[in-house]
Ligand binder design. Structure first.
Ligand code: PBE
Length: 268
């Protein structure tokens, strides 16, 4: 790469990634292969290390490229754009599904009914994410949203009964979107009398835990693309209750002041 002006040289040919178990990290490896970016590496970390790097670069108006996704408050806080993905590696718009351990639907049809009826929009989720991002404790932010959206919540709990201290365990990953959704569902189940345990895990552990039954349910399955490998691996051990949110997106994200527009432009 003799081109000193190449974007890659300005960022040390490094994409700032997130946790290694995230579906988006596997897809980003495929991006490197399929777009022939062999001199690029993907730095793993977490959502918060990725955001910290992005924040630092934007404050100095420096170039940076990160793995990003929607819904995420980062698009409210910063002026960002997705790099075009002409090969479509990150897939089309997808959905977030609710998935339970196989057999949970028979073991607790009441909770399953609520989990199955749980469905909201990116706007709804955005409100909870923003409140958490502004410093409100996740549990409080979720409880407040539930209080402010009694009409929506009553559609989720329609036909479900109150219980007295029945236990349910929800697995999730510390991604802003999943912190918001999982805490909201937990608040709704708690209002019905459930004793809810939230277990924060890596993405691989979350899927394996659900398959094993150490967790009862997740509301964090990004399908059909992002978690395709996990779904394929654990298909016979889980029951997919369908989408709870539509219209998500993943991709490589840069600040709007960066001149490049496409993943193809990452090539020197
Ligand atoms: N994400 C957010 C996850 C799903 C939710 C895009 C970082 C992933 O890549 O697995």
């Amino acid at each position: 790469s003799g081109n000193a002006d190449a974007f890659g040289n300005k960022v040390d040919h490094k994409i700032i990634g997130i946790d290694p178990g995230a579906g988006e990290m596997k897809l980003t490896d495929k991006v490197i292969k399929d777009y022939e970016l062999s001199n690029w590496t993907v730095q793993s970390g977490s959502e918060s290390t990725m955001i910290a790097a992005l924040d630092k670069a934007i404050k100095k108006k420096e170039p940076i490229v990160v793995t990003g996704w929607t819904p995420h408050w980062m698009f409210q806080k910063y002026d960002l754009k997705y790099l075009k993905d002409p090969k479509g590696i990150y897939g089309k718009e997808e959905k977030i599904h609710t998935v339970v351990h196989k057999g949970f639907e028979k073991k607790d049809p009441n909770a399953t009914k609520v989990l199955d009826q749980f469905s909201w929009t990116a706007d709804d989720m955005g409100k909870v994410m923003l409140s958490i991002q502004n410093g409100t404790d996740a549990k409080k932010a979720a409880a407040q949203w539930v209080k402010d959206n009694a009409d929506k919540v009553s559609a989720w709990t329609k036909g479900a009964n109150k219980v007295s201290g029945k236990s349910i365990k929800l697995g999730y990953v510390a991604w802003a979107s999943e912190i918001a959704s999982t805490n909201v569902v937990a608040a709704v189940l708690e209002d019905l009398g459930y004793n809810v345990t939230l277990e924060q895990l890596g993405a691989g552990q979350m899927w394996a835990g659900l398959a094993k039954g150490s967790d009862d349910a997740i509301v964090a399955a990004w399908l059909p693309t992002t978690h395709a490998d996990y779904m394929k691996q654990f298909k016979s051990k889980v029951t997919d209750l369908g989408p709870n949110l539509e219209g998500t997106k993943l991709g490589l994200v840069v600040p709007s002041y960066v001149k490049i527009d496409s993943i193809n432009d990452l090539k020197d």
